[in-house]
Design a protein around this ligand. Structure first.
Ligand code: PMP
Length: 284
């Protein structure tokens, strides 16, 4: 089946889809993005992702490239054109193309690129993964989902070279911020769910927010607070969350085994609860 991308108002063959060489996304990483998972043809937490896109654009003073309703429609059309029932939609919005100058261009239209991909979602959710810890070398506005992802590129590459699926980034005080493309969670010895609170220090994951809602609905005890690497080593369970990984158990952090080295009961329960959420409420 042909695969198309959507670029600035047009559906174009993926292989020929392109933006201008002076696009500010390319020159300055002056843009934002979103990733929405698609399961059985439904977009999971679509409104949450569009709300966060709105917030990222607002923080960087980039205009919406089109009406929000148009965006919802185009995502669906593209998924249909590309025959994607299970996979991902990527949206990138940049400040547009303009002669190179750090200052905002007086007149540039935002660039909008939408692509889709078939993918198996959360492929390691039943088996679990390894993570390694690395220093968090990112800027101080990690709450904005920008296309400036070089620290994440380096972090994920280091994780792969050390035999791990993900790298958990650690701040200067020894507290875990988050993964390179996921939020970090632990379960304490007395069964409390812990994840870092939303602030400028982390990206407030849409999956993270859904898991917190699911946990509240299930009557689970949770604490939004920072935790240190040592606390994670000693945790009963650990897991990571993202639109693509859902709830994926973490079995090892660096050279330490977490709990008994198998996916924990609470992680499995949350995965099932999240899957139910993704199949019904919140998906459309
Ligand atoms: N933190 C970072 C740095 C990420 O890139 C992602 C993935 N977008 C997440 C957390 C998880 O966010 P979400 O649940 O919205 O995918």
């Amino acid at each position: 089946m042909a695969r198309d991308a959507y670029v600035n108002g047009r559906y174009v063959p993926h292989a020929r889809a392109a933006v201008h060489v002076e696009d500010r996304g390319f020159q300055f990483a002056d843009g934002v993005y979103e990733v929405v998972s698609v399961r059985r043809g439904r977009l999971i937490d679509e409104e949450g992702h569009l709300d966060r896109l709105d917030r990222s654009l607002h923080e960087l003073r980039i205009a919406w490239p089109c009406d929000r309703r148009v965006l919802r429609l185009v995502m669906r059309r593209l998924l249909e054109r590309n025959g994607v029932r299970d996979g991902l939609v990527y949206l990138q919005v940049t400040r547009g193309a303009a002669p190179r100058d750090f200052r905002f261009p007086a007149a540039a239209r935002p660039t909008l690129v939408i692509t889709t991909r078939r993918a198996t979602l959360a492929p390691h959710a039943r088996t679990g993964v390894r993570v390694v810890t690395i220093p968090d070398i990112r800027w101080k506005r990690r709450d904005i989902k920008t296309v400036g992802l070089l620290p994440q590129v380096l972090g994920k590459q280091e994780a792969a070279e050390r035999g791990a699926f993900e790298a958990w980034q650690v701040d200067e005080d020894g507290f875990v911020t988050e993964g390179t493309s996921s939020n970090a969670w632990i379960v304490t010895a007395d069964g409390a769910l812990v994840t870092r609170p939303a602030s400028h220090d982390i990206l407030n994951g849409i999956t993270r927010q859904s898991i917190l809602r699911v946990a509240a609905a299930e009557g689970l005890r949770f604490e939004e607070r920072p935790f240190r690497v040592e606390e994670a080593y000693a945790a009963r369970e650990a897991f990571l969350s993202s639109a693509t990984s859902f709830v994926t158990p973490v079995l090892r952090i660096d050279d330490r085994t977490i709990g008994d080295g198998a996916p924990g009961a609470l992680s499995r329960k949350l995965f099932d609860a999240y899957l139910a959420h993704a199949s019904g409420a919140g998906a459309s």
